[in-house]
Design a protein around this ligand. Structure first.
Ligand SMILES: N[C@@H](CCC(=O)N[C@@H](CS)C(=O)NCC(=O)O)C(=O)O
Length: 203
């Protein structure tokens, strides 16, 4: 089998790919780039992801960027049930995955942007909070009486959405009104594969 390589640390958008690989039980090489040193902007890496961003993935000579596409490839190749059991489930998995990228990622990133800008911009924070106030109830309602977002088993919908919620690790946004989300999130973060995805294996 070709060597699989995932570029990107065990956080941010890369975390969801580490998690999908762990759920699929796949062996891979984890390559973390020194972003402070700009390794993600160097020529060698730009051949893999011309956007100069992580995550990026290699399967032999095949290179892929965009975390949602990487997870879809991992699931299709190694654990197809993660993509859903039938055309409707597959479409719902896609729906939630795109939703997490477009709605949650945008506002949660804005909310924690002070960590790299160094200061909280009240306008940015207010916009992020109002975006989350709009979209989080949608997720909470979808999880009512359910252990998984789509169907009766874990899918990429759970992985892709829950991984974005890790950005709120310091509770910048109060999730407590969303009780269904909290129960589901705690169950997701207790999964052995999530824990494995967070930790660099000991050499
Ligand atoms: N839509 C991309 C977003 C990737 C992304 O924003 N990566 C960040 C780290 S979480 C990055 O590489 N930032 C550095 C940069 O954009 O220069 C995905 O889901 O893979």
């Amino acid at each position: 089998m070709d060597v699989l390589k995932l570029y990107g640390g065990r956080m941010g958008t890369s975390l969801r790919c580490h998690w999908a690989l762990a759920e699929a039980g796949v062996q891979y090489e984890s390559v973390s780039l020194n972003m402070k040193e700009g390794e993600h902007k160097k020529e060698d890496f730009l051949k893999i992801n011309p956007n100069g961003q992580v995550p990026a993935f290699m399967d032999g000579n095949f290179a892929l960027f965009e975390s949602l596409a990487i997870n879809d490839y991992i699931a299709e190749k190694f654990q197809p049930e993660l993509t859903g059991a039938n055309p409707q489930e597959k479409a719902l998995v896609m729906q939630w995955s795109v939703w997490s990228g477009v709605n949650l990622h945008r506002f949660l990133t804005q909310l924690i942007s002070y960590r790299w800008t160094g200061a909280k911009d009240e306008k940015v924070m207010a916009e992020a909070k109002s975006g989350l106030d709009r979209f989080m109830p949608v997720l909470d309602k979808a999880l009512e009486g359910k252990s998984f977002l789509v169907g009766e088993k874990l899918t990429l919908a759970d992985i892709n959405v829950a991984a974005v919620l890790t950005y709120n690790g310091s509770n910048d946004y109060d999730m407590s009104p969303y009780t269904n989300v909290e129960v589901w999130m705690n169950a997701m973060f207790a999964r052995p594969a999530f824990k494995a995805a967070k930790e660099e294996p000991k050499a």
